[in-house]
Design a protein around this ligand. Structure first.
Ligand SMILES: Nc1nc2c(ncn2[C@@H]2O[C@H](COP(=O)(O)OP(=O)(O)OP(=O)(O)O)[C@@H](O)[C@H]2O)c(=O)[nH]1
Ligand SMILES: [Mg+2]
Length: 294
């Protein structure tokens, strides 16, 4: 008998959803950052094994949206709950169960399998989790498991439980496929991740990345190289200045870090040609969102 199912990973922004997905599929697929609202799309990470296929769905953090982009993000996360057979809900151990967490619990489908994961246990004295678990028991979770995604503590137990609850079924994807998203998507995400990492200001929330062109090329010495032209869009002129930096130093840093990861992704030498452009209020503009892939 083959087992196959979809597992949504949901929770507030920054609780460690993308970190957990990467740990569970043992690949650095989704981008991670210290800043909330990093993930903007539902991203499927596929884990195929002997007799099973689990399709994990990383989702944007559920929050009170202030822009159209934010609204779209929350809608996507909700749709993942509908689509999934099983939902992993993450909370942060040191915060306990917050009001925002409770609002997310209300969105769960009670007839489905919902598992609560108390993440970031490495930041909390182990004994302090007991009251959190007690309170969690009042909600309808099939399992409540304290974990540390970053230290991979408890994640094996999570995986075991998922396999137990996974329904019988047929695989959704070929067994060598890792995601539903393509290379172009992950190039955009890598550049966004490096910008989030390197730019200290709040600017990264206002950026979007678009890959304008990708093609095989010869470099000056005739060697094969993969040419990628990408635009970083910002909302305002001063943000453009911040991304470019003094004498272009910041853009150079973002470019170098991005290129390395893109080379790992594509397994090719890459020439990354990156430009910064202004797209006023794109996060509030339906057409802009569509153009930028959201
Ligand atoms: N201490 C600690 N930090 C963690 C753990 N898991 C994730 N983090 C950190 O928490 C931050 C957010 O992690 P993400 O995986 O990007 O969180 P997310 O829930 O996907 O965030 P959004 O995409 O913004 O909703 C990063 O700095 C991670 O390194 C953990 O188990 N322990
Ligand atoms: Mg994320």
């Amino acid at each position: 008998m083959f087992k196959a199912g979809k597992v949504a990973i949901i929770g507030r922004p920054n609780v460690g959803k993308s970190t957990l997905l990467n740990v569970l599929i043992k690949e650095k697929l989704c981008i991670i950052s210290r800043k909330p609202e990093t993930t903007r799309d539902n991203i499927q990470g596929i884990l195929s094994g002997e007799g099973f296929q689990v399709v994990f769905i990383d989702t944007p953090g559920m929050h009170k949206p202030k822009t159209l982009l934010g609204k779209l993000m929350v809608t996507k996360a909700s749709s993942a709950i509908m689509e999934a057979d099983l939902t992993l809900v993450l909370i942060e151990a040191h915060d306990g169960i917050t009001q925002e967490d409770k609002r997310i619990f209300e969105r769960l489908a009670p007839e489905k399998i919902n598992i609560l994961l108390i993440n970031k246990m490495d930041r909390l004295d182990k004994r302090m989790v007991l009251p959190v678990m007690e309170e969690a028991a009042k909600f309808q979770f099939k399992e409540i498991i304290p974990i540390s995604a970053i230290k991979k503590d408890g994640t094996d137990i999570v995986f075991k439980k998922i396999l137990e609850y996974l329904p019988d079924g047929f695989p959704f994807f070929p067994d060598d496929q890792l995601s539903d998203k393509d290379e172009r998507f992950f190039i955009r995400e890598i550049i966004r991740e490096k910008t989030l990492e390197l730019v200290r200001e709040e600017v990264p929330h206002s950026i979007a990345v678009n890959v304008e062109e990708m093609k095989e090329k010869k470099d000056r010495s005739g060697k094969d190289i993969y040419y990628v032209r990408a635009y970083i869009y910002v909302e305002r002129k001063n943000q453009k200045g911040i991304i470019i930096g003094k004498n272009g130093q910041m853009l150079k840093k973002i470019g170098e870090a991005s290129r390395k990861d893109i080379e790992t992704l594509l397994q090719k030498k890459v020439f990354l040609d990156m430009w910064v452009k202004i797209y006023k209020n794109w996060r509030k503009d339906q057409f802009a969102l569509k153009t930028l892939g959201y």
